[in-house]
Design a protein around this ligand. Sequence first.
Ligand code: HEC
Ligand code: HEC
Ligand code: HEC
Ligand code: HEC
Ligand code: HEC
Ligand code: HEC
Length: 404
Amino acid sequence: MALIFSFLLLGINAFAADPEVSDSEEAIKAGESLFNANCKTCHKLDQKFTGPALRGVSDRRDIAWIQEFVKNSQKVIQSGDAAATKLFAEFNNTVMPAHPFLSDEDVMSLLSYIEYGGQEEAAPAEGGADGAAAGAASSGVPSEYLTIILAVLVVVLLLILIVLGLIVSVLTKYLNKQPLEEEDKEFINQKTDFKKVLKSDAFIIIVTAIVVALVAKTAIDGLYSVGVQQGYQPTQPIAFSHKLHAGDKEIPCQYCHTGVEIGRSANIPSPNICMNCHMHVQNVAGKEGVSPEIQKIYDAVDNNQPIEWVRVHNLPDLAYFNHSQHVKVGGIECQTCHGPIEEMEVVRQHSALTMGWCIDCHRKTDIKTAGNEYYDKLVQLHAESKDALKVKDIGGLECAKCHY
Ligand code: HEC
Ligand code: HEC
Ligand code: HEC
Ligand code: HEC
Ligand code: HEC
Ligand code: HEC
């Protein structure tokens, strides 16, 4: 009996000794990098994402439960744990991948970050939609809004016209009932002669001018883009969205475009890279079954076939372009050349990719010489002139640098 009692006590002791979530800066930092590497694609701290919002999880669950769940959630679910099975069903049986490589301490650091970290993101996340609206506002008014505003203005103008028309007819009726001179009556009842207006020279001139201007603009735009594919936006075999992956999920470009920092080509990811996640993620959160678009990835992998992505950017063979030189050495952001890819549902060619475009940037752009021994000598030689070293000064305008 005493034995059982002491066991119970031990049990209670062990429970009471449940480790505390530390709020030390060190633990939060360690947790943050673990979180970014393993959890960020599915979890946010204060908002539901592919998985639940995590802040406060150490209040709703035992620490030991969390440690088990993070290391192997399926094991906990299959053991019949009530909370886990309920959560699993709530998230449409989305499987959270196992993290067997995480130690108990790692999970404790993760919890430090989850409970105390990322406070700056907590503020805008409060109202969810508010946060999104603020985000949109700070990045300028999107063009769809401008169209809507224009449409509203047109409707308002039409309403004003109708009201004015009504006022005119009411006034006319009223005045007709008054005892007035014949001349005044005639003036009141005169009709605007629309036929006359339509036939008038001024009207014809204005309309012709507008039509000519529109045609000319289209023609000029067309001429300038002969052979230039700017804006080219082909339909892809899978409805892959950069907005979703690179924007909403914040997956780094390099995760998929593995070549950008090491070589000439950026690389289009193979289906295996997609499978790192889509082994687990079979559909967008909240939808049942396997998404038909994601099914196409499974088919490609099963049949060992590549996905036939349509190339968007295409320099002619006579020109040589190297990504690592620009991204790694030059320190240029992808968006400088490719535009806001992380906002595009479907990729479109943002820049003209003409020779003039390359040269123009080489004339204007300073090279990053700091911390690059390769340039030390050049910088010395260049020291007499006061201008910063530009790409043109290292041969960026030489034909042979870009042409074979
Ligand atoms: C592929 C997406 C995915 C990844 C990556 C992921 N999770 Fe999850 N997580 C989920 C989903 C979905 C759930 C809801 C339960 C379920 O469906 O299994 C969940 C549930 C949880 C829960 C339980 C929350 C609660 O309210 O009880 C915790 C804790 C958790 N995850 C922590 C983590 C941590 C820590 C990491 C990184 C080491 C991580 N998750 C990585 C998808 C993911
Ligand atoms: C999850 C994987 C993934 C991520 C992350 C990703 N991409 Fe892509 N990217 C692709 C795939 C797949 C294609 C080919 C299909 C297409 O064009 O949409 C592609 C195509 C492109 C293209 C057009 C290539 C061509 O055909 O000329 C550009 C440019 C590009 N990505 C830039 C970026 C940038 C910049 C980022 C980061 C902001 C990024 N990508 C993040 C997977 C990814
Ligand atoms: C790092 C993780 C990750 C990688 C890598 C990844 N995805 Fe995704 N993808 C997701 C997540 C998470 C979702 C679901 C988003 C949601 O719940 O809204 C998703 C959604 C999708 C969807 C939307 C499905 C639908 O029905 O709307 C498509 C299509 C897709 N991914 C294709 C791809 C392709 C193709 C690749 C490889 C080039 C890829 N993904 C790589 C995480 C990833
Ligand atoms: C200085 C301008 C510039 C920058 C910066 C740049 N790109 Fe490119 N990118 C290009 C050009 C030009 C092409 C067309 C290359 C060709 O056809 O040979 C291209 C092509 C691509 C392609 C198609 C596949 C390929 O390699 O030809 C992808 C994917 C891509 N870029 C992704 C990226 C990503 C991701 C980044 C940032 C990490 C980036 N680019 C930065 C100019 C740039
Ligand atoms: C947004 C600016 C920008 C654009 C656009 C750009 N470049 Fe560059 N380029 C740079 C910078 C910066 C460097 C210098 C990198 C370094 O420090 O070596 C560079 C270097 C180069 C070099 C090496 C020059 C040398 O003397 O070592 C070549 C070749 C080159 N670019 C080709 C191209 C081609 C081809 C295009 C057009 C398809 C292009 N670049 C478009 C910024 C640009
Ligand atoms: C910074 C890179 C760069 C440099 C330097 C450069 N070019 Fe080009 N050039 C290109 C690119 C990219 C194209 C292809 C784009 C296009 O067709 O508009 C091109 C296209 C051409 C074409 C073919 C035009 C056509 O209509 O097909 C000729 C000819 C040419 N270059 C000659 C030269 C000569 C001569 C020099 C030296 C004075 C030179 N280039 C220097 C990048 C460069």
